[in-house]
Ligand binder design. Structure first.
Ligand code: HGY
Ligand code: MN
Ligand code: MN
Length: 393
């Protein structure tokens, strides 16, 4: 079985025929289908599947409560709107295949090995990145999580109930967290570093600080044809200023900023909007600069923002990263501007690392995201090498 074949098994779940991108959002039908698939694949490899209080799935080889803490790998199966086929799923399928490889060769781990499927990593439906690992670690309160709403106004609590789950059970889960001795997440590279090198796999050094802010612009609904410019209060103009200023302020600070999600109500072609909303995703290598981005933006456009999530700069354990690089024949050690559950775990005291698999397009959060089959297999082999070493002690 190859990574490509396993990915093909889920290729039809949540795929948009119009764009070829994936729409796999937390606590939806697609999510449920993927969770069932994960459970079947894990059990077929002799793993025992459990769920924590948040709904993250954990598939164990060995009893982490008897012989833990264990070595855990895995990633997420949810996507951004029209996301690619690899962001998240490549880490999950590579984890299952690496474990399969170790079991096939007769490896006997000195400590349990786990495979995780984190729920709601993209935060595409409820807006907060890495929702599953943030609630698990307590970085996102259960109260705030359950009150988050999607574009239709459905709260996470309601979405959980509709998915047949008890919202009351949601909360931090220190017992689950204590079962993780070391966490290693494999992920498709979301950039072009490896594409320009001969290396199929890299090790992560750090994750840029990054945040998400919401800007609300009230306006005054009116007729598009009969209202003079001087009589208008058109919030779309403020939204336009936000989009342009975000880029300028970010560029000045050496950061990047994106307004990829917007909402204009009532969204009628012949009606001046009553309100407009823009979400800013801001990131950069320097945390002070990222923290200055929104205050400068608020000043520039004269409107205050609401912070929806902020992740400080994450440095992975350099000793562990160096050890993994050595295990992998001197694999490059590189930073990333993309957030990950491994970053949330690292920020909450879990020894964590990441492996990146070459993406020849460098593109991500798009159907154009890609990884060659040979590189995917190199990723599985690298992950097996890492797990074999970490679980042998
Ligand atoms: O947004 C991110 O950086 C990640 O893909 N969740
Ligand atoms: Mn992503
Ligand atoms: Mn991801």
């Amino acid at each position: 079985m190859t990574a490509q074949k396993l990915l093909e098994e889920i290729a039809g779940i949540g795929r948009s025929p119009a764009t070829g991108g994936y729409r796999r959002f937390a606590w939806t039908r697609e999510d449920s289908d993927l969770r069932e698939w994960f459970r079947g694949q894990a059990e077929a490899r002799g793993l025992t599947v459990t769920e924590d209080r948040v709904g993250n799935q954990w598939a164990w080889w060995g009893d982490p409560d008897a012989r833990g803490p264990g070595v855990v790998t895995g990633s997420h199966l949810d996507s951004v709107p029209d996301g690619g086929n690899f962001d998240g799923p490549l880490g999950v399928v590579s984890a299952l295949l690496a474990v399969e490889e170790l079991r096939r060769e007769g490896f006997t781990p000195a400590r349990p090995i786990g495979v995780a499927n984190f729920v709601d990593e993209e935060g595409a439906r409820f807006g907060v990145a890495c929702g599953g690992s943030r609630v698990l670690t307590g970085a996102l309160s259960r109260e705030r999580a359950l009150a988050l709403t999607d574009a239709d106004g459905v709260s996470m609590a309601e979405a959980l109930s509709r998915a047949g789950r008890d919202p009351g059970a949601i909360g931090p889960d220190p017992e689950t967290l204590a079962r993780i001795g070391t966490f290693v997440e494999l992920h498709v590279e979301q950039g072009r570093y490896l594409a320009d090198t001969a290396a199929p796999v890299a090790v992560a050094s750090s994750i840029w600080p990054h945040g998400r802010w919401r800007f609300d612009f009230p306006g005054e609904a009116n007729h598009a044809g009969t209202t003079r410019f001087e009589d208008r209060n058109d919030p779309a103009l403020k939204l336009a200023a936000l989009i342009l200023q975000a880029r300028e302020v970010a560029r000045e600070l050496g950061c990047v900023a994106t307004v990829g999600k917007m909402r204009v109500l009532p969204n009628g072609v012949n009606a001046i909007p009553s309100e407009a909303t823009g979400w800013v995703d801001g990131r950069g290598p320097d945390e002070d600069a990222v923290r200055r981005l929104v205050p400068l933006l608020e000043e520039a456009i004269g409107t205050g923002a609401v912070v929806e999530s902020f992740t400080p700069s994450t440095e992975f354990d350099p000793v562990l990263a160096g050890e993994l690089s050595g295990l992998l024949g001197g694999a490059p050690i590189i930073g990333t501007g993309a957030g990950h559950d491994a970053g949330v775990l690292a920020a909450n005291g879990v020894s964590s690392a990441m492996l990146f698999v070459r993406n020849p397009t460098g593109v991500s959060h798009s159907p154009a995201e890609h990884a060659e089959p040979d590189d995917c297999e190199a990723g599985v082999a690298a992950l097996a090498t890492v797990l074999r070493s970490l679980a042998a002690r």
